[in-house]
Design a protein around this ligand. Structure first.
Ligand SMILES: *Cc1c(COP(=O)(O)O)cnc(C)c1O
Length: 230
């Protein structure tokens, strides 16, 4: 089942990219494996899936010990400052950096262990009080502050728009995130020569996100099925 689902999602990624005149190779699929057992990751890895998304630090730590070493984990959940070190040790990318305090803790730890990590800034693009992420008006200041943290590689932006029943309603948020990234590049806050990563779109709306410029889509349910409730 996982193999068929992965094939189907990859086909939809290709089709949406082509529809938007984009190169499908510019879009990465993060398979969101939260609340599924480590064996599920291993199965998907055997089908060729390399990137996985996890939301909970304890779960990430447990899974990291047993999944294939080639599997890469993107942390996509809310990250508490007291869990930052574990995230830096166990993940290949942290998509949810949304405050300087957290970034400083990550950076200090990475300095100590002599490592760099790739991060994204989580933006609360829809001003949704139930969602984490920095507010748009504060992002420039954060990006300036981050320039002094040499062990963090800032690859781009991530967002979780307000939950909408119709994916077309999410389109405007995805577009806003892309426009924001272009404005920030225009202001020299992202290097012009680097392609800014945009992590946006989930099972219900990743095709729309790709049409609006997503370079990373985070898909769980459509690959692995319904998650167990907490
Ligand atoms: C759970 C989760 C996803 C995946 O959601 P699905 O609807 O299962 O595809 C994507 N991004 C984040 C941040 C999540 O927490």
């Amino acid at each position: 089942m996982i193999k068929n689902n992965l094939d189907a999602i990859n086909e939809q990624i290709d089709a949406s990219a082509k529809k938007a005149g984009r190169n499908p190779a510019d879009i990465k699929l993060v398979a969101v494996s939260k609340r599924f057992p480590a064996e599920t990751i291993s199965q998907a890895y055997d089908c060729g899936q390399v990137l996985f998304g996890e939301n909970y630090i304890q779960e990430t730590q447990d899974k990291r010990k047993v999944i294939p070493s080639g599997a890469k984990i993107h942390f996509i959940g809310h990250l508490q400052s007291n869990k930052a070190k574990i995230a830096a040790d166990t993940c290949d990318m942290i998509e949810t950096v949304d405050r300087f305090k957290l970034a400083k803790i990550l950076n200090r730890h990475l300095e100590n262990v002599g490592k760099k990590i790739n991060i994204l800034i989580q933006v609360n693009i829809g001003k949704d009080p139930r969602k984490s992420g920095i507010q748009v008006e504060n992002i420039e200041q954060l990006l300036v502050q981050l320039q002094e943290l040499k062990n963090l590689e800032i690859d781009g932006l991530m967002t979780m728009p307000p939950l909408e029943s119709d994916p077309e309603t999410s389109r405007i948020y995805f577009r806003d995130l892309r426009i924001l990234s272009e404005q920030l590049t225009g202001k020299g806050l992202f290097p012009v020569e680097k392609k800014v990563e945009l992590s946006m779109g989930m099972s219900s709306d990743f095709t729309v996100a790709i049409e609006e410029g997503a370079t990373i889509v985070r898909v769980g349910t459509a690959i692995f099925g319904q998650r167990a409730e907490l």
